[in-house]
Design a binder for this molecule. Sequence first.
Ligand SMILES: C[S@@+](CC[C@H](N)C(=O)[O-])C[C@H]1O[C@@H](n2cnc3c(N)ncnc32)[C@H](O)[C@@H]1O
Length: 386
Amino acid sequence: MNKPLVMDSLKLLQVPQGEFELVRKPRNELLQAWDAADEFLLNYVDEIKVLSRHGKLLILNDAFGALAVALANHPVYSWNDSFTAQLALRENLLANGYPAEQVKTNSGIDFPTVTVDCVLIKIPKMLALLEHQLYVLRQVLDHDTHIIAAGMARNIHRSTLELFENILGPTTTTRARKKSRLILVQRDQSLKEGQSHYPDSYELQVDRNYRIINHASLFSRDRLDRGSQLLLEHMPVAERYRRIVDLGCGNGVLGIIATALNPKASLLFCDESYMAVASAEENFRAAFAQTREAEFRVADGLQGLAADSRDLVLVNPPFHQQHNVGDAIAWQMFKQARTVLVAGGELRIVGNRHLAYHSKLKKLFGNCETVAADSKFVVLSSIKHS
Ligand SMILES: C[S@@+](CC[C@H](N)C(=O)[O-])C[C@H]1O[C@@H](n2cnc3c(N)ncnc32)[C@H](O)[C@@H]1O
């Protein structure tokens, strides 16, 4: 059967390095797994012949593996804080005839300690993550390493360029092509020393005082998010909540307060960000040392967790994936939560009012109660009946 043309053009990246079939994670047949900045970067790398056959390459923040797959016939190292990005990379390598291990990957916390000839950087949504990465990079880059960053022009600001200039050295930008831009950077070894400000921290006062540390890629790094605050004020407390999940845990605030208020509970903290799970683990240990039980899991949501195994799932769902806004991940999280909950178990979430999670939950669980609301957020609860 012929596939519709529009689907093919959404899946097939055509660049000088070849044609590559690419998908996103989570799957989304209506969105491409690359953007114009990836295309611009791959064309530029080919035009200026920056890579010799054996030239080593480090790629940062490659959303679904488009850059690494297109350049996979070189020794490539991919540094990414996102587990789902790494999953997409492996799947896309396999789909394009490479073994899944063709590209070596490092998590957000572990930096690849190789010497490379060229560094390609996709501008991440969090400027703090970029800042942290540039500070780490400056320790390992030589004067003659090619450093090329790329992003959509709307995401490249004066402050973005200043980061490159202040941390690495002289920085110029190209003209825009298809609304994307490249940033070309020269490493200046004489720049004065400096170091990453991350992890940073804030104080949280609930039943007692907590110091909450946050690695660079984290959501709401300098203060508690207002939505999370509303959920903390309406945290479920009951004897029957013995196995609690903090899904999309970020720095772990929801799970930590659930632990404090439910003295017999054990916790599972999950996030697809390595830096998030590392922050949650540090914060949990600082709050409870070894007195309470918890597991920490970097994964795509609750994938792989046994069905009917948890009593309560807490979520403040993400409403964007890098620069794209959408509710696909929230929807995936709600469906996974329903699967892992026992009969009688509860999903409690907080979300922006305008996202209309109420109707989604009603459809999925057959019930949804509004527990609390303010001008911007709602706390919703759904019970799994069977
Ligand atoms: C709005 S933040 C909430 C963080 C924290 N729970 C809080 O309330 O401050 C959403 C979190 O979901 C995580 N996330 C996004 N996609 C995910 C996925 N596919 N699986 C697990 N976590 C994910 C993000 O990394 C982020 O930490």
